[in-house]
Design a protein around this ligand. Sequence first.
Ligand code: MN
Length: 265
Amino acid sequence: MKILVTNDDGIQAPGLWTLVEALRPVGEVTVIAPDREQSGVGSSLTLGAPLHITPLQFAPDSVAAYDVAGTPGDCVILGLGSVMPEGADLVVAGINRGHNTTNEILISGTVGAALHAALRGVPAIAVSLFLLDSAQYHIGAAAAAYLARHLQAWALPSGIILNVNIPHQEMQDIEGVMVTRLGQRRFTDTVEERDDPRGRKSRWLIRKRENIDVGEGTDLWALRQKYISVTPLDFTLSCLPASTLPDDLCGDLFQELKARLAPPA
Ligand code: MN
């Protein structure tokens, strides 16, 4: 089994290497990760500049490792399209420091990497810790190795990724594993201004959250109940046909566009 491992915390992040150690017995591991922190970049790609792949000197035995001055999505595409000529059977992203839950996954570079694998028909797992804690890295890594082994026999439906989050608990205090749905929050991002030491104003984007649905059965709820959360995600994103949009949502939009913008016949 050929496994591509990436992350969004950067090539130096301890979660990445704990994951690699756990996956080495499962398959042939290739690491391609951003050369610096890329948290929060979501599924973004570098389209306006060339990308360079640098082999790493200090990778463990039998692991090919590279860093890229790019995003997690870039790493996946470079891996599947160039570094791994036979492609990969699985992409694993993580282990992220901090959970990737609720609709906030839309900005997650960890989930973004997994998305780019899924878009290319390659099964993918994103793994994150509720809070930064080196002990929990081992739990996330072991969970990823288990899922990787089982995905060899049990094919994930095309286009679906598994988003795994590990609660902030010692192993003996974890209650179990729960398959969850994505929680929903509303984000009211705001800006805080500070004077920096050079007398310029610096501005920080501050994430503020309002809960819409983080109740029973959601990823965040499971973590708070001390469960490992496994959320299957797809990326169809469309809300049709189950939505309750008005029938005349687009009314006479097309007629109006034609009347305004089409050259007279
Ligand atoms: Mn991160």
